[in-house]
Design a protein around this ligand. Structure first.
Ligand SMILES: Cc1cc2nc3c(=O)[nH]c(=O)nc-3n(C[C@H](O)[C@H](O)[C@H](O)COP(=O)(O)O)c2cc1C
Length: 302
């Protein structure tokens, strides 16, 4: 059995496989199907300072090799998480990571500060692709200045491991990655969903309630892999790769491209035990090739 453990700053993962936010609930929903303590880290659904309703239905559409969603960060807020969900998670032996969203830098920072109080949450992942209401709907994640403003505000009040999740809906993702590294991020994760749309030709209108949604699943993998490869060479902090991963082969591609760990999203909807299968498949590949530790293959592709 090869060594599968990896480190993202102070976050020690027993294996490099994590779940992607919004696709694995709070983990508890999946515990009858998959041993949660076998997963390296569980990134729980997007959490905001105040509760959010999310968008109207329909907010999902299936696409060839993927899906579109515009759930819109439906959640009951950080205090509900701390009071009602966290007590159910804290004794399960994995890394619980909260995905944090907000409408302003102060919002993010306050949410992060409240999560910092939770002993068994060693890291947060900042989702900087959600709308910036201060700036009339611009997303924080698509400009260096916007991304920096959030990371700096959070860094002042959050001192555990800080992962920043990048938007792929930009011209050059390496610029944003460098900006958040300079602002104090400990790691970057990428990619979030790609903007897309779908049209119902019988109704002659767009399928999703707000017109557009985020594309995810196997169809986004080549784009995600290209971006992970580029970002891993542009920053010194560890990169977490995701986007379309559904097999150990996919995961190994991201690790070889330069990702220290990976996240699995949409594939959980098709196979709730996919994380464990990917973990075991990585181990099997390492053993078959006589590689002692997963760390030896990270970024091995020139
Ligand atoms: C239904 C759904 C909800 C999501 N919610 C969030 C979220 O709250 N925060 C976030 O950062 N990403 C969210 N994502 C994006 C995923 O975490 C992931 O970045 C994306 O789906 C690409 O990975 P995949 O192709 O493996 O699904 C969501 C994705 C889906 C499909």
């Amino acid at each position: 059995m090869a060594r599968l453990d990896v480190k993202i700053k102070d976050l020690c993962l027993k294996n490099p496989v994590m779940t992607a936010s919004g696709t694995f609930g709070y983990g508890l929903e999946f515990q009858d199907f998959v041993p949660l303590d076998g997963i390296g880290g569980i990134i729980v659904k997007g959490t905001t300072l105040k509760p959010r309703q999310g968008n109207d239905y329909p907010r999902m559409a299936e696409t060839p090799q993927g899906m579109l969603n515009c759930v819109g960060l439906q959640n009951k807020g950080v205090d509900y998480f701390a009071e009602h969900i966290y007590p159910q998670l804290k004794d399960i032996d994995t890394n619980w990571i909260v995905n944090v969203s907000g409408s302003s830098p102060e919002d993010y920072a306050e949410c992060a500060a409240r999560i910092a109080q939770l002993e068994k949450v060693p890291a947060i992942e900042l989702n900087i692709s959600c709308p910036n209401v201060h700036d009339g709907g611009m997303a924080f994640g698509v400009t260096c200045a916007g991304a920096e403003s959030v990371v700096k505000a959070v860094r002042e009040r959050y001192h555990k491991t800080l992962i920043v999740k990048l938007s792929p809906n930009v011209t050059d993702i390496t610029e944003i990655a460098r900006a958040v590294e300079a602002a104090g991020a400990d790691s970057v994760s990428l990619i979030n969903t790609l903007m897309g749309t779908a049209i119902d030709i019988e109704k002659r209108r767009r399928v999703l309630s707000i017109g557009t949604g985020g594309l995810s699943g196997p169809c986004v993998k080549p784009v995600a892999l290209r971006m992970v490869y580029q970002v891993a060479r542009a920053v010194k902090i560890p990169v977490i790769g995701l986007g379309g991963i559904s097999s150990a082969t996919d995961a190994l591609e991201f690790l070889m491209a330069g990702a220290t760990a990976i996240e699995i999203g949409t594939a959980n909807f098709l196979d709730p035990a996919v994380t464990i299968k990917v973990r075991d498949g990585i181990n099997e590949w390492l053993d078959r090739h006589g590689v002692d530790s997963v760390q030896e293959i990270i970024g091995c592709v020139e």
